[in-house]
Ligand binder design. Structure first.
Ligand code: SF4
Ligand code: FES
Length: 213
């Protein structure tokens, strides 16, 4: 079982361990709700207000945490008004969008996608970049770009065999410090870790012998 579901008085929290990248935003921000390093139950939805618990899901970059109000009035699964991918220094690509992967609509709009090539759970990050010593800037140079006519809508991520992530849909690329560096409707993002032009693919996956489904 990879998903834990804990129902409290006002909200239900779902936790998918396979999506967690251990950024620890949850346990550092609200240790009363997400109690670290305990045996047994560690998720306590009634330990904070429904609004606070909802915020913990919105702040979880990987989509591992999802929250819904039990009366159906709110859910963290609502897509954003602007589709973004945030380039994390030495780490994954953090997407927030009306996300599809291989054409399949995703339950949550948030996902962290592997860009070091080492994850055992591709296309998702599993934290392998740390052990691999992956280094990559989170501050790529800005490109020249035009404003998008529409900033949201379906965003499809198609991992190409032995190659990059082909991304189609309205998307704004954002650096770690919040600079918008590009706005696209189609792009190819490196997932082998070898590009000299990260976050974009530059074809280096071929010489690197990168293999991935
Ligand atoms: S990825 Fe989400 S669930 Fe995992 S540690 Fe970070 S905030 Fe918590
Ligand atoms: S996927 Fe990394 S260079 Fe193409």
């Amino acid at each position: 079982m990879t998903e834990e579901i804990v129902t409290g008085r006002d909200v239900t929290i779902r936790f998918d361990a396979r999506r967690c990248i251990h950024s620890r935003t949850c346990v550092l921000g609200h240790p009363e709700v997400y109690v670290p390093n305990v045996k047994g139950e560690w998720i306590h939805p009634d330990a904070a207000s429904a609004e606070v618990v909802m915020h913990t899901a919105l702040a979880c970059p990987s989509g591992a945490i999802r929250v819904a109000h039990n009366d159906g009035s709110a859910t963290s699964d609502t897509p954003p008004v602007v589709n973004t991918v945030r380039v994390r220094e030495n780490g994954p690509l953090a997407v927030e969008a009306e996300l599809q992967i291989k054409g399949e609509p995703q339950a949550t709009p948030r996902a962290t996608l592997c860009r070091c090539g080492q994850s055992a759970n591709k296309p998702f990050c599993d934290g392998a970049h740390s052990a691999a010593g992956f280094t990559a800037t989170g501050e790529p140079a800005a490109k020249e770009f035009a404003a998008l006519e529409v900033r949201n809508g379906p965003l499809n991520v198609q991992p190409l065999k032995d190659g990059p992530l082909m991304v189609t849909g309205n998307l704004e690329l954002v650096s770690g410090t919040g600079r918008t560096t590009d706005k696209v409707t189609k792009t190819f993002l490196c997932r082998c870790g070898q590009s000299k032009n990260k976050p974009y693919c530059d074809g280096s996956h071929k010489a690197a012998g990168f293999t991935a489904d």
